[in-house]
Design a binder for this molecule. Structure first.
Ligand SMILES: [Zn+2]
Length: 475
């Protein structure tokens, strides 16, 4: 198949998808179900295992026998995560596979694999409809929640179409691309041309919506990032008088405490860039909400939608902590994800809701050596308490380490007097790299509720789109 024929076939695939949806709508029957899609960014299987042990040990147990909330789900698959042009993927290509049903290239969002990176003209001709757009078209509710910037790759995968994931604001989108009609990601969020747009938006990334002339409400010495003078928060509010905006946790606590869902759409942007790691959240000046509270608020709001809803919840910073070779924060954010999942399990009707938990890709963290049962997961390897096992050079080593990353040391350090469980400790990496990288082995998908039985075996990542699509529209 040549390139244009290939594009044609893809376009037809898109038309058929729209047709199937039109048939569902025309039938007059209500097939609507809810989908809550949790994504742990970079939450590979070793991360799940280590976080399980960490959570158990934090609760005073040995840890290995503990279960995170989603590990109790009855349906499970291994997911092949590669992008069309990359053996080891990134978050943009993978979220596109998950939200549109088509694998695509590394670094692009909501467009098919025929488009080269940065090719705005081709991107405009090769967009793929996302689950959130389809849900909005069908009159359903939609929500996007993330601890990363809400314009970062994973959350943007719900609503954006762009040949470069870094085009988050006008400042990072080339002028010639803007002239051709390629909007930056923040602009696409506030002007989503389907239904009435995303109903619940909660995350970080305020600066991408604010002009450089404007100071941040939480950190007055920081400015907005937009170089086009636009204030997208004000524009979003002005377009509908029922919309509400919050930048701090106190407002979210008030919204959560309301006895009934609030009327109108909500936007909460709690940091100029990414939100805090869970380990650091208590020190946040704006008292930013937990992933669990953001999820609870979104579910509460969306539950009022009679036609059902699609909600994407990302624990976005598991990935960032891993890139920094900091297992402490990666595990803390994974446990925070588990707490958000547990809230949903306790509060939604599984007969009409699919809960899917997966990762977009893995990281290079390994769990190794022969630590004894109950040995601290962030500690050095010990068979007997207080007696570290030694490597070939006579030095202790940690259970967790990375194949590469900033934890590389020219000289193998002596960890005898180092607290490897401290929050800022960087686990060792074998290959020196400024940022630790993603890893290419399969990730897991955990499912429960409506249509969860479709999650089984070894699956291509884009097939999880069909699992969610069928739960929303076909049952
Ligand atoms: Zn990453």
């Amino acid at each position: 198949m040549n390139q244009s024929k290939n594009a044609q076939a893809r376009w037809q695939g898109v038309v058929q998808l729209g047709l199937a949806l039109a048939l569902v709508l025309a039938s007059g029957q209500s097939y609507a179900k809810n989908v809550i899609f949790f994504l742990g960014d970079g939450m590979g299987i070793s991360t799940v295992t280590a976080a399980r042990i960490y959570a158990g040990q934090t609760a005073g147990a040995t840890g290995e026998e503990y279960s995170l909330a989603f590990e109790e789900f009855p349906h499970l698959a291994l997911i092949k995560t590669y992008n069309t042009d990359a053996q080891v993927p990134d978050s943009a290509g993978t979220i596109t596979a998950l939200t549109t049903g088509e694998k695509t290239r590394i670094g692009v969002l909501g467009i098919n694999g025929t488009v080269a990176r940065d090719d705005c003209a081709a991107a405009l001709q090769n967009t793929l409809p996302t689950l959130a757009e389809l849900a909005e078209q069908a009159g359903m509710g939609t929500g996007v929640v993330s601890t990363a910037r809400i314009t970062h790759a994973t959350p943007a995968g719900a609503y954006a179409h762009t040949p470069n994931r870094n085009w988050e604001s006008s400042a990072t989108t080339p002028d010639d691309a803007q002239a051709l009609g390629c909007q930056d990601i923040a602009s696409q969020l506030v002007a989503m041309p389907f239904g009435d747009g995303i109903d619940v938006i909660l995350g970080g990334g305020r600066r991408e919506f604010m002009p450089t002339e404007m100071s941040d409400p939480e950190y007055p010495n920081k400015q907005g990032a937009r170089d086009d003078g636009r204030n997208l928060i004000d524009e979003w509010l002005a377009a509908d008088s029922n919309r509400r905006y919050a930048w701090n946790g106190d407002t979210i606590a008030q919204w959560l405490a309301a006895p009934e869902p609030l009327s109108g759409q909500l936007m909460g942007l709690f940091e100029p860039s990414h939100m805090q790691y869970e380990a650091d959240r208590a020190r946040d000046p704006g008292k930013e909400p937990s992933l669990r509270d953001m999820t609870a608020l979104a579910v509460k709001q969306l539950s009022a939608k009679k036609e059902g809803y699609f909600l994407l919840v990302e624990a976005g910073r598991i990935d960032h902590a891993h890139h920094f070779s900091n297992a402490f924060r990666a595990l803390g954010d994974t446990v925070a994800l588990s707490e958000a999942v547990q809230w949903v399990v306790d509060n939604v009707d599984l007969s009409e809701t699919l809960i899917l938990v997966t990762a977009d890709h893995s990281h290079t963290m390994t769990i190794s050596g022969y630590p004894r049962r109950g040995n601290p997961i962030l500690g050095t390897v010990e068979m007997e308490p207080g007696k570290p096992m030694l490597d070939a050079t006579g030095k202790p080593y940690t259970t967790l380490s990375y194949a590469n990353g900033p934890g590389y040391r020219k000289q193998r350090p002596d960890l005898s007097d180092v607290d490897t469980q401290a929050r800022n400790f960087q686990q060792l990496g074998t290959v020196p790299m400024q940022a630790e990288t993603h890893a290419g082995e399969d990730v897991a998908a955990f499912a429960t509720g409506a249509n969860a039985t479709a999650v089984r075996g070894v699956m291509e990542q884009n097939r999880l789109f069909n699992v969610m699509y069928d739960a929303l529209f076909e049952q």
